[in-house]
Structures are given as C-alpha cells and as structure tokens.
Ligand binder design. Sequence first.
Ligand SMILES: [Mg+2]
Length: 426
Amino acid sequence: MPQIFALADVNAMYCACESVFDPRLRGRAVVVASNNDGCAVARNQQAKALGVKMGQPIFELKDLMENHGLVVCSSNYALYGDMSFRFMQVLAECAPRVIPYSIDEAFMDLTGINTVVSFEDFGVQVKAKVAQWTGLPICVGISTSPTLSKLANHGAKKYPATKGVVDLTDRDRQRKLLSLVPVSEIWGIGSRISKRLEELGIKNGLQLADADPKWIRKHFSVVVERTVRELNGIPCHDDLLEVGAAKKQILTSKSFGTPVTQLATMLAAVTTHATRAAEKLRGERREAGFLSVFMSTSRYADGERYANQQGLTLPFPTADTREIVRHAVKLARTLWRDGYRYNKAGIMLSDFREPGACQSDFFNPIEDTDRAKGLMSTLDRINSISGKGSVKFGREFHKDRSWQMRRGNLSPAYTTRWADIPVVKC
Ligand SMILES: [Mg+2]
C-alpha cells in the first residue's frame, strides 16, 4: 500500500487568528506587524492584493489604512501559539499520525484511510472540522510524498475551484500540476538553486521531476536529489521535515517512547527539546522573543485525556540555551498535572529578530552578552565536532530516559561524527 501524506496549512495564519476574534476584520485587508509595530510580518490575501509587501515598514501603509480600509494588528504570539495548538489538536482527532511542521502547518499520514473514505472527502471533513472548532481557514493537499502534498496544498490555495482541498494521488494529475509550477515554487528549492536549475534548462516542476537524480546529486546536493525522488512519489520525508522547516518559528516535539508520569522526567524532556530548539535558533542566526510549551496525553490510551499549552514573551529576545531552558521549565511546571500518562511534549520558539536588534532596558539589563554568546558558540562548536549532545545541561541528565525515542539499537554515526569513526588497532 503506498504511503499517503496530507499537508494541512492555515491560510494567512496570523491574520486569520486576528479575524477569528474580531469579526469586523473578516473580508478586509489585514496586516500583522512585527514587535513595536515596525513592519509587516503577515498579510492576508486582500492585503497582498493591495500591494503590501512582506517586511514593509508600517509607516508606509498609512494611505492604505486611511483610504483602503487596511487594518494593522500588533503581533500577538500568545494568541497564535494557542490557536496553533488547537489546530493541531483537531488534526490529531482526524488522522492516525500528525507531524507538526510549523506554527500553521502539519503533515498527516493518511496511508490506507481511503478504504474508509475518499482522500478528497477526508480533506473536506478536516477542513470543515478545523473551521468549526477553531474558526481558522485551512487548505489540504494530499499526495504520495510530503513534497507532493505541499505542491497539492499550493494548488488548493491557488485555484479557488478546488475549494481548498486537492487530492493529488493520481500520477497524471501530479505531472499536470508539476508542469504548471515554476521550479522555484517546489518545496525545498530556494532562490539560489532555482536560478541554477533554470540556467540548466529546468524551469518547471515537471522538468525537475524528470531530471536524473544521480546527475542532480552530482551538480547540486543530496537534498535536491531527494526532492527529485519525492516529486516522483518516493517519500524521503524524515530528512526533508528536518531540512526544509519554515523559519518563522522553530518547533521541536516528539512522542515519548513510553508514557511519562513523573514531573522530573517531563522536565528532562522539555529541557532536551528547549536545548535543541535553541541550537537550531542559533543555527539560523536569530533570537526569539516568544516561547511556548505544550504537553498532552495520548488519545489512544485509556483514562482521562489532558492537553494544554502556554506561552510567554521573553524578557528580552535571546538564543541563549540557559534562558530558554529556564523559561521552558517554568512553563512546563505550570502545565503539569499529576496523575496523567503523558505521551508528548514540545517547544515552539517564535517572534524572531536579528541578534542585537533589541536593546536591553534599564530594568532588565542583558548581562554579559558577549560572554554568553561566546559560551553558546563554543558549546555549538564542541557539539558539532564531537556529536550532538556531547555537552549537555544538567537537567537533561535524568535517570529515567525512557521518554526518549526507542533507539536502543542505534549504530554509531560512523561517517558523520569524528568521535564515532571506527578505529583499527594493529
Ligand atoms: Mg499558512
């Protein structure tokens, strides 16, 4: 049975969240501004039609606001984080496996579901349920690999006749849509790669799908080669989900190997996720202004269910693991309820800024930033040379490590980690 993936994506997430609670915004052009109302970080369809650009300074939008009914909302990451959580919860009600990918996107594994309901009907049902339970408008794309489901979602957004749901499991339909999209629209193909591809005569998605994977690997990279395979319906998603993440937020979460029932174990798991998220954040050369933590029990297990999330605005934007862990642990403590068997927890960082873009104030001095940054980059360097997690934070060392993914039989990273290179003694 071929694997089938669906991508559910909220349309203009931040603007949609604002409109859910303020009906006056519906049908109007809406922009969400960055912190301190500096520039546009999100636009809905109507705002795009008015010509508002991503990152455009808000002061330039005065005319549109006064004469064209454009509404500018200050960003409210606590709201977006919570709505995101609710959206994911609805998906978890619908599909056997949900992989949250960013604040407003998640993949669902729909393999075999068509023995019960057609893929298209499934998409229509999920869309209706999300709309009814959260008020958020979504599009659903369904296909045979994550990259193709992303393409299907793109089609659902672009063509109103689809009513927001596209079943792209048929190979002929895949090829037709691929021939209509420029190669730069394919997931994972950035502007630099698409330019080089175009120079080589690969201009649309279909041409990329038909390219020789080995040739692509030689001239580009393994990542692009995987994209070619994905476009031919061969899922290589595990890596893709890591590599391609949309960088307006960072989300780290995993289901536990065995259910967690002790607070200390949960705090160890949250610390590990927070550490990883901070590491990724530094890799992106960003600082985060908002942090949220979530945890939930399994919906398949017996007993009462519990799922909750909470976020907070950090006192100042940071990429310092110690700060992020400290606040994440604090949030996790407030979310924790005794007596449940938790099967999942995670961290989301959002509201990204350039490092140093924010000044400390008199009451919250940022202490010793240079030393702190030096410490973090040393930490990253050691961990990149000697393997992930060689240097860890104290709380991660908890005797009960059963929450971790079951990887008891993991082989050493022979070819990618210095410390794991096989040694031959003569
Ligand atoms: Mg979206």
